[in-house]
Design a protein around this ligand. Structure first.
Ligand code: NAD
Length: 504
């Protein structure tokens, strides 16, 4: 909730209260940073970037290595802060740390090589030489959501820093303290204070950031992403958008049903379903549909929900009333159109105000919101298909295209299906694994986003290329014509050779 206060000097300032979703207790407040303060912060970042960008990639990576070790040492504190503002489980908060750590180790080892100057071929061999430099954009703004406040706050910020940019992070106003602690550890690891900074506030602060930075890496809803893209387009700055999803999973008749059911329960209910890449709809071959439903009920029955400490609790609280209400609305809409709740479906107020049971729906179809709109809650709707063409058509029947998965033992068949799915990634027998695999680019199509994070692609988006060419003028005379007889002759000879030999 935003609150206005008057300071001793009489100036009015706003701050935003942050709540623990499990207890509803107010755990702190953050300032709504003003537009002027944000501009000043960006100016400091711009000055600081000059020294940071002048370091070699290996030197910058050295800072990230020190920071990664500090995070590892301080993981208990980080997990505590994260849980207090999200309501998630111990294992959920730990997962954020281990997934990002894998990505950090990947960039620590590979980024200096990715950022190396490249030699390229020229059209006049020996006389001309060409290189490509990867240069930072300058100041990068990172805007993150509340569902993974550590992972999604840092996953884009770190490669932006390694590429030589300075960076400003605006975490979600719902979960600001995890990211703030992570940045404090960056400063302790020696990264200069103005090279990486946090600014707080709601969408107004985010919008101001987009108005002044040189690159924006946004993660959040499709509606906000569109606004960010409009401003970026007006300013002609590059950007990446990681947005919403409605991820399909196709279960083929040869799948291992125990592994499939356990995997689906995990990937649909992890983080109370508040995951952009959670499995939000399942299409199961009609021949194994009933058997799969039995297994799903079995594994869902073993799923532990609560707010206790320990790695054996599978699912915690939802974080916001908005997502809880949308989850209920999707269930009501589905029931009114003929769906059946076969597991869960209720709030659990005795555990906390935002706890909602993992829920499995049967008899669903695409007339229902739950099969077409992003739920961002713990619902797993399961639909039968009678032939593969139908399954592929249904999987692609969405405005989104983030991630998709297939359960099968036949990887060749899975690959052929994957090539026909409109999604940024497809994983077989292990949904959600691509984003945790640092070498693989990850991101969405259609309304799920623009650009990719992770991998070489996710690093190089934080650079622009500068091409460099030298000509030693060997054998050349001063000449004003664009095509003198000698150059024309050389061009003809080169063209003949080039038809048979690749040298550009
Ligand atoms: P949101 O769009 O409401 O907010 C995201 C961030 O944008 C917050 O920090 C918010 O303060 C800021 N913001 C709000 N208005 C802004 C504006 N006009 N300009 C700039 N910034 C603004 O999203 P949310 O509710 O925090 O997150 C949930 C959504 O994020 C879901 O749709 C989910 O699918 C998506 N998401 C996507 C990914 C991904 O990697 N693709 C990951 C996690 C979440």
């Amino acid at each position: 909730m935003a609150i206005s206060n008057r300071s001793q000097s009489g100036a009015i300032y706003e701050h935003i209260e942050v709540k623990n979703p499990v207890t509803s207790e107010i755990i702190g407040s953050i300032p709504q940073t003003s537009a002027d303060e944000i501009k000043e912060t960006i100016e400091r970042a711009r000055d600081a970037q000059i020294g940071w960008g002048a370091l070699s990639p290996s030197e910058r990576v050295g800072y990230i290595r020190r920071w990664a070790d500090l995070v590892w040492e301080q993981q208990e504190t980080l997990i505590k802060i994260n849980r207090r503002e999200t309501g998630k489980t111990d294992s959920g908060a730990f997962l954020e740390i281990i997934v990002l750590d894998n990505i950090l180790q990947y960039y620590i080892h590979h980024a200096p090589n990715f950022l190396k100057t490249q030699q390229r071929r020229t059209i006049v061999p020996f006389i001309q030489k060409a290189k490509v430099f990867y240069k930072p954009h300058g100041v990068v703004g990172v805007i993150s959501p509340w569902n993974y406040p550590y992972l999604l706050g840092l996953i884009d910020l770190v490669p932006a820093l390694i590429a030589g940019n300075s960076a400003l992070l605006k975490p979600s106003e719902v979960t600001p303290f995890t990211a703030e602690y992570a940045i404090k550890l960056m400063h302790e690891a020696g990264i200069p204070r103005d090279v990486v900074q946090v600014i707080h506030g709601d969408g107004r602060a985010g919008a101001t950031l987009v108005e002044h930075v040189d690159y924006i890496a946004f993660t959040g809803s499709t509606a906000t992403g569109r606004k960010v893209a409009e401003t970026a387009a007006k300013r002609l700055i590059p950007y990446s958008l990681e947005l919403g999803g409605k991820d399909p999973c196709i279960v083929l008749e040869d799948a291992d049903l125990d592994m499939t059911a356990a995997g689906l329960v995990r990937s649909a209910f992890e983080n109370a379903g508040q995951v952009c890449i959670s499995v939000e709809r399942v299409y199961a071959d009609a021949r194994i549909y009933d058997a799969l439903m039995d297994k799903l009920l079995y594994y869902a029955g073993k799923y532990q929900m609560g707010s206790d400490d320990g790695m054996d609790i599978h699912m915690g609280s939802m974080t916001n009333t908005r997502e809880l209400e949308r989850t209920e609305a999707h269930i009501h809409d589905a029931i009114s159109k003929g769906a059946r709740v076969v597991f869960g479906g209720r709030r659990r107020p005795e555990l906390g105000p935002l706890f909602f049971e993992p829920t499995i729906l049967a008899d669903v179809d695409h007339a229902m919101d739950v099969m077409r709109q992003e739920t961002f809650g713990p619902i797993l709707p399961v639909m039968k298909f009678h032939n593969l063409e139908e399954a592929i058509r249904l999987a692609n029947d969405s405005e989104y295209g983030l991630s998709a998965s297939i359960f099968t033992r036949d990887f060749k068949r899975a690959e052929a299906i994957a090539r026909r799915l409109d999604s940024g990634d497809v994983s077989v027998n292990r949904p959600q694994m691509v984003v945790a695999t640092p070498s693989l680019p990850s991101g969405g199509q259609r309304n799920s986003g623009v650009g990719r994070r992770n991998g070489k692609e996710g690093l190089l988006r934080f650079t622009h290329t500068q091409s460099f060419l030298t000509d030693n003028l060997f054998g050349q005379q001063p000449e004003l014509r664009l095509a003198d007889p000698f150059s024309l002759q050389v061009a003809m000879v080169l063209r003949t050779i080039r038809r048979y030999i690749k040298f550009i």
